[in-house]
Design a protein around this ligand. Structure first.
Ligand SMILES: C[S@@+](CC[C@H](N)C(=O)[O-])C[C@H]1O[C@@H](n2cnc3c(N)ncnc32)[C@H](O)[C@@H]1O
Length: 254
């Protein structure tokens, strides 16, 4: 399975996000691009951190409910906190179509038999689920958590792929999604969204109802579609406006 060739002269969504998180796996072109995003939306950095914090809370929530295998689609660069670290006794398959994200993941995962990475397009579920790594690591007869965290806003028509993953999930499985949205009503949202076109990962906004529709056919896990910091927070909410996290979170259970 092949993805696009790594191009250090063009910003990549994976490396821009890594930079926003304070990671070191990015090029000058990614840093310049990320600074333009931050200039348009100063909340972009904290939004990336809130998104990553949601990811860690969600995987611990799933682990506490007996889930020991995770499929992380659009997993990105594993610099700043990662699923197999948050749930050290679980098996994890990471999937990304960015060759640099995958190369960094391979280095990070060397010597870790419970976690592997596959270079693949998540929109090709048969390739992902049929990969040798998936067959080694995942048992689809048992419940699994499938993660689509901060990836679907780069996907214009994700429903056929989502349905295929949901079909493959055993009863008791979870699907976790986070998604950027114009519902945040940020004055510069549109210009920031247009900026992302330069990465080759054109960005798609979905509103609350459209985000909920992504888990169609699954039971909506409480508290439903909320801003990322509002999903099972570890601490009492601060004074900030949760919309500044710019990203919705939703979890469905099969
Ligand atoms: C913003 S990063 C999110 C990383 C991680 N999921 C997180 O939230 O911490 C988005 C990632 O999705 C990947 N991506 C975008 N479209 C994809 C697709 N169709 N298949 C697989 N990965 C994709 C990008 O390469 C990038 O690494």
């Amino acid at each position: 399975m092949s993805g696009p060739a790594a191009d250090p002269d063009r910003p990549s969504a994976a490396r821009v996000y890594d930079y926003l998180l304070g990671g070191a796996c990015n090029f000058e072109t990614d840093r310049r691009f990320a600074e333009r995003i931050v200039a348009a939306m100063p909340e972009a950095r904290s939004a990336a951190r809130e998104n990553r914090d949601f990811l860690r809370r969600a995987v611990r929530y799933f682990r506490a409910r007996g889930i020991t295998q995770f499929l992380d689609l659009g997993s990105g660069i594993p610099t700043v906190g990662n699923v197999h670290e948050a749930v050290p006794d679980a098996r994890v398959l990471y999937v990304d179509l960015d060759p640099i994200a995958v190369a960094h993941s391979e280095v990070e995962l060397a010597g870790c038999p419970r976690a592997e990475v596959v270079l693949a397009d998540m929109l090709d579920p048969d390739a992902v689920l049929g990969s040798a790594a998936a067959r080694r690591l995942l048992d689809l007869e048992q419940p699994i958590a499938v993660l689509m965290v901060s990836v679907l806003h780069f996907v214009p028509d994700p429903m056929p792929a989502i349905r295929r993953y949901v079909e493959a999930m055993a009863p008791g499985s979870f699907l976790a999604i986070t998604h950027g949205t114009r519902d945040a009503r940020h004055p510069n949202n549109d210009s920031a969204v247009r900026l992302y076109d330069e990465t080759g990962s054109a960005s798609v906004s979905r509103d609350r109802a459209q985000v909920e529709a992504l888990i169609d056919g699954l039971d909506l896990v409480e508290p439903g579609v909320v801003w990322t910091p509002q999903w099972h927070p570890d601490t009492a909410p601060g004074d900030g406006d949760p919309r500044e996290s710019l990203i919705y979170a939703v979890v469905g259970r099969r």
